[in-house]
Design a protein around this ligand. Sequence first.
Ligand SMILES: Cc1cc2nc3c(=O)[nH]c(=O)nc-3n(C[C@H](O)[C@H](O)[C@H](O)COP(=O)(O)OP(=O)(O)OC[C@H]3O[C@@H](n4cnc5c(N)ncnc54)[C@H](O)[C@@H]3O)c2cc1C
Length: 653
Amino acid sequence: AEYVVIACGVWSPRIAEMAGANIPLTPAVHQMADVGPIDILQQSNAEVAYPIIRDMDTFCYERQTAGSMEVGSYAHRPIFMHPNDIPSNEESALSPTELPLTQDDFDPQMEQAIELMEMLGDAEIKYAINGLLSLTPDAMPVLGETPEVKNLWSAAAVWIKEGPGIAQLVAEWMTYGYPHLCDPHSSDISRFYPHEKTEHHIYARCAEHFNKTYGIVHPREQWASQRNMRRSPFYAREEALGATFFDARGWERPQWFASNAKLMDKFKDACQPREHEWDARWWSPISNAEHLQMRESVGMVDLTAFNEFDFTGPGALGFLQYMCVNNVDVKVGGSVYTPLLTPGGGFRGDLTIMRLGEQHFRVITGAFDGGRDKYWFTRHMPTDGSVTFTDMSSSLCTIGVWGPNAEKTMAKATQNIDAEGKLVAYDVSQANFPYGSVREVLIDGVPCWMFRISYVGENGWEVYTKMEHGLRLWDSIAEAGKEFGIIPVGMGVYAVTGRIEKGYRLMGAELESEYNPVEAGLARPKVKSADFIGKAEYLKARDEKPAAIMCTLEVLDHTSKSGIKRFPTGGNEPILTKDGERIVDAKGRVSRVTTAGAAPSLGKYLLLAYLTPEHAVEGNELRVMYMNELFPVRVARVGSQPLFDPTDARMKS
Ligand SMILES: Cc1cc2nc3c(=O)[nH]c(=O)nc-3n(C[C@H](O)[C@H](O)[C@H](O)COP(=O)(O)OP(=O)(O)OC[C@H]3O[C@@H](n4cnc5c(N)ncnc54)[C@H](O)[C@@H]3O)c2cc1C
């Protein structure tokens, strides 16, 4: 067959392995008992007359099936079985995925079910099993073409309830090059990094999340298992500075630093604790202090989790032109920020490319999209040898240096060899080193690429060097910045407060395949002449009135009915009209919060959301629904112009 789809449930890893591919899932036990007959259910004379009950306190469900009740549990200990150990039909008393119940694991759950529904106590257990279902390391399905084997597809780790939708999604993906139904990025098989496909990782993460199947999971929830898988060369310094680390696909990234706690006195008003435990969970007011100090002096940010992909060779330019919306044919030492589109014209990626040589380009992309972007680029690469791909991600580390004192810091730290071969201070002024350019420099003798760019709205650079030079680079920049008030700054600023003040969009949040660059406010005035994936649809979108527009909203009043101030976490909260009506655009897409966060420099709390043209009017008052309450919000900005420093003067002059 030309195409093969592995839709073999818990057997999928075995089938994939036969072809040299990896479908990272483990068969896991889910216990279920069929209890009955029960009079009241029999009298209903229906397969299902009563709604299913999910008991979120005991992690159990009770579901009518004709005259009896199925009791299922996600409360028992995680029990895994290796795919190779699933018994054959002949070896199985029932079927290979209906294993004998381990009674001790189920007894406490049955007691709790009886406590909830007395009638269960009087009935018999007709049938009880250790059923097998598929668990994956992040509890999401595994869909798409396997990165290892062309035309071998996975449709695994799928529940019955989502089966028909996923069948459509995978069929569309195979037919059109990307699904139309919705963006599959969270289920995409190419999302996994190599360490996430090991049995070690699969078992550890599945053991951790199994009992959260019915758990209440925070949008910022952090994994406890499989930590310290990937650490930057700066880790020891960050640990000494009291970093609270968040996991970014195995990377330990500082979210904020205890060493900056003292700044909270200085910025008292902006650093008030959040009253509600849920809003304060996985968050610290230190982030706001770091933000304000960075905007006043200079901060250094560990960006080592970035992925760097080098494309070289005579075909590199033509290939990247075909992959990217914006013109990649910039001067050597220049860069381009560009979306990648699906054939349907929606977002497939969002990244930056530096041109390091006539035939040498470096793609920079984030930790959460590295695997998917690598697959997308390499899958489309010409096979005639004209382009060479090198994954530099494990070779390079990165420090962001940003703030009004970044230039002074880097002027002190940066040197270069002049035309006469002498080591001289390097001119890092905007005149010699403008925004968007990349230069090879020496910092304390360490060869680096300095890239003048910012995701936080401040003058400064991303500084790249080889991993082994990283610690020296960190120490050199910290030392140079000492007299200018340099502080370490965490992801709480980089990814949330700094970003949201500038309205910068994030792949996977604002940018998904359901939306296009016109709607996201990322369409440039001109379209390049070269062809690229999604061009026809992009041109069409430019001629049409957008059905939705990305907007920045400010929360006008945080006070809940209980009097406690609440702070939406950015977990898809609905944006509603003043009357509490849903906002649905002409394409059926619902307005919801894609990112939420404090904007300490503006004294506001901001939300990003797509709104219909009717509602996308600056000053328009709407509501955000959070914890079943409505809070007033106002449209502060329509489109991509930032609320903070709208002309980008801080970054570019
Ligand atoms: C006790 C229990 C209760 C559940 N309750 C629910 C529920 O309420 N709602 C819900 O949505 N989900 C529920 N699930 C999960 C659900 O059963 C699975 O997610 C679903 O069956 C997976 O469907 P699938 O088609 O991917 O795999 P399967 O249903 O396992 O089908 C895979 C098929 O592939 C076949 N196969 C294997 N190897 C090969 C091969 N080499 N060649 C050809 N065919 C092969 C197998 O024989 C099998 O028929 C429950 C699971 C259990 C164990």
